[in-house]
Ligand binder design. Sequence first.
Ligand SMILES: C[S@@+](CC[C@H](N)C(=O)[O-])C[C@H]1O[C@@H](n2cnc3c(N)ncnc32)[C@H](O)[C@@H]1O
Length: 291
Amino acid sequence: MKIYHKSIMVDKVLEFLNIQPGKIFVDCTLGEGGHSFEILKACKGKCTVIGIDADPEIIEVARERLKDYPNFIAVNRRFSDLNEILRELKIEKVDGFLFDLGISSYHLDRPDRGFSFRFDAPLDMRMDRNGELTAEYVVNRYSKKDLERILREYGEEPFAKRIANSIIKNRPIKTTKELVEVISKVYPRKYKNSRIHFATRTFMAIRIEVNRELQELQKALLKSLDFLNQGGRIVVITFHSLEDRIVKRFFKENEGKGLKILTKKPLYPNEEEIFENPRARSAKLRAAEKE
Ligand SMILES: C[S@@+](CC[C@H](N)C(=O)[O-])C[C@H]1O[C@@H](n2cnc3c(N)ncnc32)[C@H](O)[C@@H]1O
C-alpha cells in the first residue's frame, strides 16, 4: 500500500468546511490529495473539489489517488492565481477554501529537491520548478543584511547574524550538505544536540523566501473572499507564527465586514495526533465564514 503524507486535523477541517453534496470546495494546497480525498469521501463524491498545487510532480500523485472521483479537478498553478484559475474554470462562487500551508512530507522525502538536510542535493527548494528563484541564488547572491533578515524573520533563528556571516565567508555554496557544514561551523556546540536539528530554521527560512510563501498567502486570502458564497468557509492550517499572524489579521480586518470568525482562538491538533505525526506539533487551524 502506498504511504502518503499524513493529513493534519482532518476531522476539524471537514467540520469547519461544512461538507455537503452539491457544494464546491477549493483545496488550495492539494499536495498528495489527502484532504481532498477526505472531502470527496465525506460528500460521497457528490461535491466538487478543485485542487491546486504549484508542484507538477506532486499533483500527479493526487490525480492518480483521486482518479475515481469525476468531480475532482487538479490545477497546477500557484494559489495566488486563485481568481484566474476560477475564472478559467467558469466558477463564480465557492463554498469552502482550504489552505494547509508549507510543504508536504513528499517534498522532504525527495532527495533531489533540496528541501531536506538529510540528503545531499543541489540547493533548489522550489515547489514550482519553473520558478525563477532558487535556494542557490538566495544563498550565494543575497546580501549579508538580507540573509540575516530572512533567517531572523522567517527562520526565527537566534544565530541569524553569525550564520549569515558564515554563508558570506564560505561562498560559493552549492549543495545542502555544504550549507549544513557552513551553519555547523558557527553554531554554538551546546545547542547542537537539541531536539530540533541546528539547520532546520535556516532551511525553513530559505524555503519560505524561495517560494514567497507569505506573499502568496496574503494574496490568496484576499482573492478568496470575492468568491465565497454566503455561508462559505475559509479554513487555514498554518505551521509558522508569521503565517498565523497573517491569517489572524486578515480575519480580524474583515470581521463584521462580511466575515464571521469561527475560531476565536486557533485550534491545535490533540496529543494523539502529535504523537502519531510530529509534523503536526506546530499546526494551528483558524476558520471563518462569509456572512
Ligand atoms: C502541506 S502540503 C498539503 C498536504 C495535503 N493537504 C494533504 O493532506 O495531503 C502543502 C502543499 O501545498 C503546495 N503549495 C504550497 N504553497 C503553494 C502555493 N503558493 N501555490 C500552490 N501550491 C502551494 C505544496 O507544493 C504542497 O504540495
